[in-house]
Design a binder for this molecule. Structure first.
Ligand code: CA2
Length: 147
């Protein structure tokens, strides 16, 4: 348990493959690299970070519920659930602290089914197409929002 405010960084289905497959779309950084870089940046911002990944929609929702009152903000890359999950949107709608949605790729330059995000309807900010740097940009934004 850290005395610093905690930022939860949630990653949805298939993001465990980051850096291992499809580097032309998602780059070469792994999720472990993202976790390490965010932890390092978090230290300079006075924030503790906790990065999780799950392939299960219900687990993602449970994590959001569990962290409703114990975290100061949320960064979420919901993976493919971005475009399909009303249940995830509802869970995020019941999460009081600020939420930043991150997509590594520019979803608006890809297939039309990726252009709509249920998560954007409840997120305080959205970052897309900045590669894995998007997670660090989101952390900087949360530092401002919770100051
Ligand atoms: O650009 C993003 O970050 C996405 O959220 C990634 C999702 C995709 O469904 C969204 O439309 C955009 C896909 C996550 C799967 O990630 C992989 C990473 C490496 C190799 C294979 C899949």
């Amino acid at each position: 348990m850290s005395a610093l405010p905690t930022i939860l960084i949630l990653n949805g289905p298939n993001l465990n493959l980051l850096g291992l497959r499809e580097p032309h779309i998602y780059g070469h950084d792994t999720l472990a690299d993202v976790g390490r870089d965010c932890a390092e940046l978090g230290r300079t911002l006075g924030l503790h970070t906790d990065l999780r990944q799950t392939n299960a929609e219900h687990h993602l929702i449970d994590l959001i519920h569990e962290h409703r009152t114990s975290t100061a903000g949320l960064i979420i890359n919901p993976g493919g659930l971005t475009h399909t999950s009303v249940a995830l949107m509802d869970a995020l709608g019941a999460y009081p602290p600020p939420i930043i949605e991150v997509h590594i790729s520019n979803i608006h330059r890809r297939e039309s089914f990726r252009h709509h995000s249920y998560v954007s309807l409840v997120a305080d900010g959205v970052i897309a197409g900045c590669g894995t740097q998007g997670y660090r940009l989101a952390l900087q934004r949360l530092a401002v929002l919770i100051a």
